[in-house]
Ligand binder design. Structure first.
Ligand SMILES: O=C(O)CCC(=O)C(=O)O
Ligand SMILES: [Fe+2]
Length: 274
């Protein structure tokens, strides 16, 4: 916590996911055999239809730097492939603790507890540098292939030109920066590294990051919320709920989240005292 979480320095756990049955099991062929017809959250731009799992695997295995498959191609495991959940227990790998998003209070509030499958191919770039919504910390389990991540140390907001509309997204194309448009980006000090099969990347909340698929890749990501990021989480609940609904609805959502967090905090204290 002192070396990584508090200062906002990501860390790679080299073997955290070995506790998951999914570790070493998931490959493009495994998905083709087991779940060929599951539908992705991403749709084919031409037909407007969601890609199937079998199509996604073909796309990423035929992807190249010159002609990359769309990235990311995602599936909501929790809702769309719940049969797979058994392969990923304990969800928190015995490291991501406590995680209030695993509490049913937050599941009901639709904020979390979701396992998301990310599939990519060579040349696939996450479309922008960003900070994760709701001040959540991210756990990215690389289960197949290699992905390059780029992160920015805290305190470099000024160099990253957050978009007007969305303060969590950067305008800068880090792969081909335009220094005329974004001159301060010269002062940014991106850190790039590769995460390989079996490795887990932890990104503390509020850290700017992006990803680039080097080979066909399969990863499973989940988020974490606890007392450490709860104040920022509440700020975002207020901000987003006011944006998407009426003031009374935003107040109700805020009160619900605050009460749920308070209950989780008390539970943490009680279990620490045991
Ligand atoms: O492509 C990845 O693995 C990174 C995904 C990510 O940062 C996100 O979904 O917030
Ligand atoms: Fe992210």
């Amino acid at each position: 916590m002192e070396e990584h979480h508090n200062p906002g320095i990501p860390v790679i756990f080299t073997d955290a996911s070995k506790v998951w049955k999914a570790n070493g099991l998931l490959t493009p062929d495994w998905f083709r055999e087991n779940y060929p017809d599951k539908l992705s959250d991403v749709s084919d731009k031409v037909t407007g239809k969601p890609y199937t799992m079998a199509q996604v695997m073909d796309l990423v295995e035929n992807s190249s730097v010159e002609n990359p498959a769309p990235y990311p191609l995602t599936f909501n495991i929790t809702h769309e492939i719940p049969e797979m959940m058994d392969l990923m227990l304990p969800v928190g790998l015995n490291y991501a603790k406590p995680n209030w998003l695993e509490n049913k209070l937050f599941k009901r509030g639709h904020w979390g507890g979701i396992l998301e499958l990310f599939i990519g191919g060579p040349g696939g770039k996450f479309p922008y540098v960003h900070k994760d919504y709701y001040h959540l910390s991210a756990w990215i389990n690389q289960l197949y292939g290699e992905k390059q991540f780029t992160v920015f140390p805290r305190g470099q907001e000024e160099f990253l030109y957050a978009t007007e509309k969305n303060q969590w997204r950067s305008e800068v194309n880090i792969f081909e920066p335009d220094y005329v448009k974004h001159p301060k980006f010269k002062h940014a000090t991106p850190i790039s590294f590769t995460v390989g099969p079996g490795e887990t990347l932890y990104i503390p909340f509020g850290v700017w990051h992006s990803a680039y698929s080097l080979t066909p890749t399969i990863s499973v990501a989940f988020d974490q919320l606890n007392a450490k990021n709860f104040p920022g989480f509440m700020e975002d609940v207020w901000f987003f709920k006011n944006q998407e609904s009426s003031r009374p609805k935003a107040m109700a959502a805020y009160a619900y989240a605050l009460a749920s967090g308070t209950i989780c905090k008390i539970k943490d204290r009680l279990s620490a005292a045991k």
